[in-house]
Design a protein around this ligand. Structure first.
Ligand SMILES: *Cc1c(COP(=O)(O)O)cnc(C)c1O
Length: 389
């Protein structure tokens, strides 16, 4: 296949036209597909040919979405799921056996943490955590059952950056599968496979859809690993629906221009907050003051849509800030066209102990902004008014 540029793949990576010669891909709301004759049916089930059989296995819309993500990430193959968490769970469940062990960065998505600590132990799958900036500790955590090295970068909500190249080398040297949740960056800003990731997971719910409409997930990577994930998933049934696949594939057409604007707005907001007298600190990967600024510059095209900052005055000041916000949404999502502010200490990370919160860099006055596509002047003005109180 010709190596087209990212933007071209996003727009032109469509399924073949039907007999109606439509310009934009139609939606195939069909749970099953029909066979020509007995031989066609036999050969299809024997997997002697690639074709649609049943939408729990594959569907033209789902395949179109997966193929685009594969080409964007430089992956051989993929499978799409009904949510990001279905992708994370199915990836672990398909590849691991009882007695296996996962090494993960401590700063991971809340539900992934719950999966590792409360759910996977039911099948005797254990985990150990390393701190995002202590990659040298990883090798000491490896045991006989260790199979997967797992991380997200940038992290949520602290926007810390993990060194993908170093993770790739550690995984290779120790014969571990490197699995990266790339949802904070999107394939437009960062492609972990280049650095040695074996599998890349996305919650399509975030930047990929980018308009707050659907839940989705996708795992892409080597054909050999995806074959195992596919076989597990076609039996257990976490597949993405054709309609949501169609929405996602349409959303990807505009991913690059949306993410460009998200990042431009986020960098402007971060710069503004840095000089605000009511703000203790600001973290954004492409701010020079970010501890991993050079690393972020090396592995990311831009800094992403999330800015973290701390309001002076702790919890009380945090609460009055949220009550004074007018335009920005108080919501739990991110990567949406509408800017969203969240207070991790009292919401998404409230179940963590004070010590765990400190380990993941979450303070009482910390605010996470998912910077959207409104005009930057209006975003700054709303946040500024709320800070002034
Ligand atoms: C949201 C999110 C998930 C889970 O995705 P859902 O679509 O909500 O199931 C996983 N990882 C990261 C980094 C996320 O932000």
């Amino acid at each position: 296949m010709k190596k087209e540029k990212f933007e071209t793949i996003a727009v032109r990576g469509q399924m073949e036209r039907s007999q109606y010669m439509e310009h934009s891909s139609p939606i195939y709301l069909s749970s099953s597909f029909v066979f020509e004759d007995a031989e066609d049916m036999r050969a299809s089930f024997a997997e002697e040919k690639e074709r649609n059989i049943y939408s729990r296995y594959a569907n033209p819309n789902t395949t179109e979405f997966i193929d685009k993500v594969c080409r964007m990430e430089g992956a051989e193959s993929g499978f799409a799921f009904a949510s990001g968490m279905a992708a994370v769970f199915s990836t672990f469940a398909a590849l691991l056996n009882s007695g296996d062990h996962i090494i993960a960065a401590r700063s991971i998505f809340g539900a992934t943490h719950t999966l590792l600590t409360n759910i996977l132990p039911k099948w005797n799958i254990s985990h150990s955590y390393f701190k995002y900036n202590e990659l040298e500790s990883i090798e000491s955590l490896i045991g006989p059952g260790t199979k997967i090295l797992y991380a997200e970068t940038p992290t949520n909500p602290g926007v810390d950056v993990l060194d993908l190249e170093a993770l790739g080398q550690i995984a290779k040297k120790n014969n571990l599968l490197l699995v990266i949740d790339n949802c904070f960056a999107s394939p437009y800003l960062q492609q972990p496979i280049k650095y040695g990731a074996d599998l890349v997971i996305h919650s399509g719910t975030k930047l990929m859809d980018g308009q707050g409409r659907v839940l989705a997930g996708v795992t892409v990577g080597s054909a050999e690993l995806i074959e195992k994930i596919y076989k597990f998933s076609r039996t257990t049934g976490p597949a993405l629906s054709p309609f949501n696949s169609w929405i996602l594939s349409k959303s990807l057409e505009t991913l690059s221009i949306r993410v460009d604007r998200h990042c431009e707005n986020a960098l402007k907001l971060a710069g503004y907050l840095e000089s605000h007298p009511k703000v203790n600190w600001v973290k954004y990967p492409f701010l020079k003051s970010h501890p991993q600024y050079h690393l972020a510059k090396k592995q990311m095209k831009a800094g992403g849509c999330v800015v973290a900052f701390e309001i002076k005055g702790g919890l009380g000041a945090g609460r009055s800030f949220f009550d004074a916000i007018e335009m920005l949404s108080l919501s739990a999502n991110l990567g949406d066209s509408r800017s969203i502010v969240t207070h991790p200490a009292s919401t998404t990370h409230s179940k963590l102990t004070a010590e765990e919160r400190q380990e993941t860099g979450i303070t009482d006055g910390m605010v996470r902004v998912s910077v959207g596509l409104e005009h930057i002047d209006d975003i700054i003005s709303d946040i500024n008014k709320a800070l002034e109180g």
